[in-house]
Design a protein around this ligand. Structure first.
Ligand code: MRU
Length: 354
């Protein structure tokens, strides 16, 4: 599998996902502004991946700071963190990464500035490494809910490319395949920027999982024909009550699943959970440039200047979510808020089947 992002020789190197699948090329970022540009322009995208990019971008920016004491270092790091925070509003993973970095720094106040700079690089690499392990754990728990012969619908790309590796929604598919289950995936193309067609189809084909591409408006017809057994999607932010922000069109898929009695699962690492928000109504939803809708990959398909609504994400209410696949197990939406406590007996909450 191709690498999404890495720290290499003092630079952040990211795969340019905006060019996939036609071109596999990497962009070298030598300053944090370039990392921020990459997040905004979707060279790197997907909630966990932009969390990793945020941590690497901040570490990169920190290397150029000239400071003598801790407080001065933090003062100069603040605008760097704010630039990264301002890139994309919906996925909570960017804020999660910034908070993790702040915590690390405040518990290392006594260290030299050079040591702090090194700690930031190490932390960013640690976040990347941990993310892959988290995804594998999501995969192991989630695969229990996939049967031999199942056809799985997915929306957008919550695969390897959206993470440090392995993916969140794709991890249970990869593990199910390893377990010898014969599965196939139906991928929504995911307009406007086609993450399903360009990225999910591409990476599942590379992983040897049979994948069929459909237009976004085909899913309902296939469900009615009994051609879909379950749906698995990712999330950009899940709130305390189990509401889920994910790529625009996810809500439609969830409602269709409910109508057809099809389980709708959300693969959600804890880094995508926002325990500070009570409901999905409070999640900031990114609106992107109208040309993403007026055009298909650079080619205009609508009248010039036509009015457009281009919401990048929607919110699926918890009542449509059958269960969450997390690194700590599989849980009902009502139990999500309990995951924020360390002292909870998770085994009593874990779902074994539906
Ligand atoms: O706009 P994108 O491509 O960043 O949107 C990505 C998604 O909506 C993913 O489904 C989500 O981030 C989960 S990725 C594991």
């Amino acid at each position: 599998m191709v690498k999404t992002i890495e720290w290499k020789k003092g630079k952040v190197v990211m795969l340019d996902q905006s060019k996939l699948p036609l071109e596999v090329s990497y962009i070298e970022c030598s300053d944090y502004q370039k990392v921020a540009e990459g997040i905004k322009k979707l060279w790197i995208r997907g909630a966990p991946a932009i969390g990793i990019a945020a941590a690497m971008g901040i570490a990169l920016g920190a290397q150029d700071i000239k400071a003598k004491i801790f407080d001065e270092f933090i003062e100069k790091l603040e605008p760097i963190m704010n630039t990264i925070l301002a890139t994309r509003p919906t996925a909570v993973n960017i804020r999660w990464a910034v908070e993790r970095i702040k915590k690390l720094l405040s518990s290392n106040r006594a260290e030299s500035i050079n040591k702090l700079k090194k700690l930031l690089i190490d932390e960013a690499n640690k976040i990347l490494k941990e993310d892959i392990e988290i995804n594998k754990a999501i995969g192991r728990w989630g695969a229990q809910f996939i049967r031999d012969g199942d056809t799985i619908l997915t929306h957008c790309n919550a695969g390897s490319l959206a993470t440090g590796g392995y993916g969140t929604a794709t991890a249970p598919m990869l593990i199910a395949k390893k377990q010898g289950k014969k599965i196939q995936v139906i991928a929504d193309e995911t307009r406007p920027v086609l993450q399903g067609a360009r990225l999910t189809a591409w990476e599942l084909m590379q992983a040897g999982i049979p994948v069929t591409l459909i237009t976004d408006n085909t899913a309902g017809a296939l469900m009615k024909k009994g051609m879909i057994d379950l749906a698995i999607v990712g999330t950009d932010r899940t709130t305390r009550n189990g509401d889920v922000a994910n790529k625009i069109g996810t809500y439609t898929v969830a409602v269709l699943c409910k109508e057809h009695g099809i389980p709708f699962y959300v693969a959600a690492p804890l880094s995508s959970m926002d325990f500070t928000l009570d409901s999905g109504d409070l999640i900031p939803i990114e609106e992107r440039h109208p040309d993403e809708v007026r055009k298909v990959w650079g080619h205009r398909v609508a009248p010039e200047g036509v009015n457009v609504i281009n919401l990048a994400f929607d919110v699926t209410p918890a009542k449509y979510v059958t269960a969450f696949f997390t690194e700590k197990g599989v849980f009902k939406p009502r139990d999500i808020k309990k995951l924020m406590k360390d002292d909870i007996n998770l085994d009593s909450l874990r779902l074994k089947s539906i």
